[in-house]
Design a protein around this ligand. Structure first.
Ligand SMILES: Cc1ncc(COP(=O)(O)O)c(C=O)c1O
Length: 434
């Protein structure tokens, strides 16, 4: 294999072969032709499989395990509904996500609202919906209770210094804006308990895109110790311990998928080691990436080639379609989606149409010679893909389709010029000569 030929493996039902990239055996080029590009293509089968794999790993280790899908990863209502069909609850970070989850059929008892630095309006929406509320800062508890009493309350504990996940994303340690110390949380539990609240939980968010099961042993021990200290210091027995998200997926060719069976054993052994009996409380996870990332390709067409070096290949997607590479240097595999082309490969920068030098989707990739009209697919695009898309440079956001063996269904149409001006009052036509 020559340098750069290694590609991140595509999971079933995707494949690469003589027809290029296929989904359920049909070339993805068919769907790009029908729906246009850029296009987010999600394989329903993979989303379902991801939930089933996770549940199968945890069910033998903890009898009351619950998956709350982190809606922020991909809030398309069709995806949230699919996840509900698979039995997922919802972890919501805004009033709109609460509404999407409710409309997808998720009962309030299987939802959690966590927002950092929430407004009164958002806290009110979460209270009205009757779901459990997870406070990033225990000092917020007084403000929350002025608005109303939640059905259940938890505090997001900062797990302290831990290794950063891929892309250097940090959710913990002093420099992170998230979570609080256990000491501060204890004050919050006491305060709410003294005002009559009886139903509580614990929460932490351990990091992002973690691929080592061992890391989750530490998460289990951290939650187990916290549960013991909360019970001892306040008399509060948490009904749930939420281990957050952070379950990783491979983006790069040499990354190995997270071993979910080992992850489940590590996490639950960690809990037990700190004195939490299996089933003593519900164990929750709120994965986003693990459930949806590898279910989706972003299809994009080459618009222009500027030979180098460096060799720039322009495409019709960009940082406005998939922000992660520009935001934190994230890696997404690039596949030639049409029939494979022979010939030498060139080191290539794949860039979008946005007037920013950071508008790069992939850098230093060895790709065959490409021409305008060629179709590319960016891999692992289902989490924080469309969810972070914008209309920057006044460009419509792309369409999304959901594919099953029966065919493809449009789950969000491509935006139009009129969509870009929604909410803008019609302005009078300028008088005088054109
Ligand atoms: C509180 C919380 N829960 C869950 C998630 C989902 O994380 P992931 O997609 O890494 O599983 C996030 C991600 O930012 C989060 O902040």
């Amino acid at each position: 294999m020559t340098p750069g030929e290694e590609r991140t493996a595509l999971p079933e039902p995707f494949a690469t072969g003589p027809d290029g990239v296929t989904v359920h055996g049909r070339p993805v080029a068919e769907w790009a032709g029908r729906f246009g590009t850029p296009l987010y293509l999600t394989a329903e089968h993979r989303v379902r499989e991801n939930v089933r794999r996770l549940r199968a790993a945890f069910a033998p280790c903890w009898p009351t395990y619950r998956i709350l899908y982190a809606v922020k990863a991909n809030s398309n209502p069709a995806i949230v509904r699919l996840l509900r069909e698979e039995g997922c609850g919802a972890d919501c970070s805004s009033a709109a996500e609460i509404r999407i989850a409710r409309e997808a059929g998720v009962p309030a008892a299987e939802m959690l609202y966590t927002a950092a630095y929430p407004s009164d309006g958002e806290l009110g929406a979460a209270l009205d919906a009757g779901l459990a509320i997870n406070l990033d800062d225990p000092a917020l508890v007084e403000r929350l209770f002025r608005l109303g009493q939640p059905s259940r309350l938890s505090f997001r504990l900062n797990p302290g210094p831990t290794e950063a996940g891929a892309e250097g994303l940090r959710f913990s340690g002093r420099q992170s804006k998230f979570g609080s110390s256990l000491g501060a949380a204890l004050r919050g539990y006491r305060w709410a308990r003294d005002r009559g609240l009886r139903r509580f939980g614990l929460h932490t968010m351990p990091g992002s895109n973690i691929l080592k099961p061992r890391h989750f042993g530490g998460v289990g021990r951290f939650l187990g110790r916290a549960a013991r200290r909360v019970a001892r210091a306040t008399g509060v027995a948490p009904e749930f311990a939420d281990a957050g998200g952070g379950l990783g997926v491979p983006y790069r060719p040499r990354e190995r998928p997270l071993d979910l069976n080992r992850t489940a054993r590590e996490l639950t052994d960690g809990l037990r080691r700190e004195g939490s009996p299996a089933g003593g409380f519900e164990l929750w996870n709120e994965p986003g990436r693990l459930l949806v990332a590898d279910s989706t390709l972003l299809l994009t067409r080459v618009t222009h080639v500027k030979p180098g070096p460096p060799n720039f290949v322009g495409v019709d997607a960009g940082m406005h379609t998939l922000l992660r590479p520009a935001l934190y240097g994230a890696y997404h595999e690039v596949y030639v989606a049409g029939a494979p082309r022979s010939g030498p490969r060139r080191r290539t920068i794949v860039t979008g149409p946005i007037c920013e030098n950071t508008d790069v989707l992939a850098r230093g990739r060895y790709l065959p010679e490409l021409r305008p009209g060629d179709l590319l697919a960016l891999g692992t695009a289902g989490a924080y893909g469309f969810a972070m898309a914008s209309q920057y440079n006044t460009r419509p956001r792309p369409a999304e389709i959901l594919v099953s063996p029966r065919g493809a269904r449009l789950i969000r149409r491509r935006e139009t010029f009129e969509d870009l001006l929604v909410g803008v009052p019609a302005s009078p036509r300028p008088r005088g000569r054109p």
